[in-house]
Design a protein around this ligand. Structure first.
Ligand SMILES: NC(=O)c1ccc[n+]([C@@H]2O[C@H](COP(=O)([O-])OP(=O)(O)OC[C@H]3O[C@@H](n4cnc5c(N)ncnc54)[C@H](O)[C@@H]3O)[C@@H](O)[C@H]2O)c1
Length: 334
């Protein structure tokens, strides 16, 4: 693993629970400082320079969980060492930075990169995608997504989270919603957005609203804030990330089509055989089983590293989500 901060540590716990992976080495320059080594990493080989770690030559895969602006160069170093990469989102901070990684992937068929948009691995997302693909909701007309929680001040004491490029609720959080919307509804062809830094007064936005047009004609909205109290958001509606208090049954994504609708991740499905606003809609709840997106992502990464699977989220795919977010972040209005 490269980067043993908040989310690197989280990954180390996911690996600890898995029978598909062992954590053998971690690189982070902070190991050279007086920052205490977390208990989880006491028995793991530790390096201050990831290139020394890669020189071991015995790694099957590396998780890159360093600050976002370093993802591309760290992923490229892993590929140079012949190692498969699970790179955290965002894959890069912009298309220009992602360029060398995409070139490398185009030139080298052995290079394997999975991007950590873990929600795609959640069974509720897979079930909603199947429901839509089977046409059970008809043509998708509109969607509404929300992610809102109130982060506390210490989170923003870490420099990269306060600055561009890399910080801000769009790139840190809402990129996951954008990726999930693209995965479920289709490509986004235009975005209008208003973003604000009024709540925290940082250089980066804390709140944003996006209006999205999809290639298939659907129109949707995405609202998000890292400074608002709510139970609405993927992280609260699932048990993916144990840091967040769990609020089961609260949807964070509503998808409505010409024949029916679904709320995600609770998978409540509403349908009408003959669409009419004057008739009640039938309601059913689909079961969700094995809802551990990070465990599934890790198992998938093991398969990708072993050459048994193609990445569910490629760098090119993740870059499209990044571009939507980048377009939106140009509208910071203060
Ligand atoms: N998938 C998710 O849901 C999710 C959630 C949180 C964070 N993330 C992503 O994970 C990444 C890390 O986020 P975080 O909150 O853990 O940040 P963090 O600041 O807590 O941790 C980053 C770590 O990287 C280390 N680092 C800095 N330079 C390095 C280098 N040259 N080599 C190796 N390590 C280096 C830092 O010392 C720090 O320990 C970000 O890109 C973020 O977007 C993803």
């Amino acid at each position: 693993m490269i980067g043993a901060g908040t989310f690197g540590l989280r990954h180390s716990r996911f690996i600890g629970r898995s029978d598909r992976a062992d954590l053998v080495a971690v690189a982070d320059p902070a190991f050279g400082s007086d920052r205490p080594v977390p208990g989880e990493l006491q028995d793991v080989a530790r390096y201050t320079d990831h290139r020394e770690m890669l020189a071991r030559g015995d790694l099957d895969g590396v998780i890159v969980a360093s600050p976002s602006e370093m993802h591309v160069s760290h992923a490229l170093d892993c590929l140079d060492a012949g190692v498969a990469v699970l790179v955290e989102k965002p894959v890069a901070v912009d298309r220009e930075q992602a360029g060398p990684l995409l070139d490398r992937l185009a030139e080298d068929p052995q290079a394997r990169v999975l991007v950590g948009h873990h929600r795609r691995h959640h069974p509720a997302v897979a079930a909603a995608r199947a429901l839509i693909a089977e046409g059970r909701l008809g043509e998708i007309r509109t969607v509404a997504a929300i992610w809102a929680t109130h982060k506390t001040d210490p989170y923003f004491e870490v420099g990269w989270r306060r600055r561009r490029p890399g910080g801000g609720v769009l790139l840190i959080n809402l990129i996951h919603e954008v990726d999930m919307l693209r995965h479920l509804v289709g490509e986004i062809v235009s975005v209008q957005a208003i973003a604000s830094n009024k709540a925290r007064g940082l250089e980066v936005e804390d709140t944003a609203g996006l209006v999205l047009r999809f290639e298939n004609g659907a129109i949707g909205t995405l609202a998000g804030s890292d400074s608002a109290v709510s139970p609405w958001g993927w992280d609260q509606a699932t048990e993916d990330d144990p840091t967040f208090p769990y609020h089961p049954g609260q949807p964070c994504l509503l998808i409505a089509g010409s024949q029916g609708s679904v709320s995600v991740p609770d998978l409540t499905v509403f349908t009408q055989p003959e669409p009419s606003w004057l008739e009640p809609v039938a309601q059913t709840r689909l079961p969700v089983e094995g809802a551990d997106a990070f465990a599934r992502q890790l198992a998938h990464f093991a398969d990708v590293a072993a050459g048994r699977a193609q990445p569910l989220v490629t760098a090119e795919d993740a870059l499209r989500s990044l571009e939507v977010v980048r377009a939106a972040s140009q509208s910071l209005a203060g």
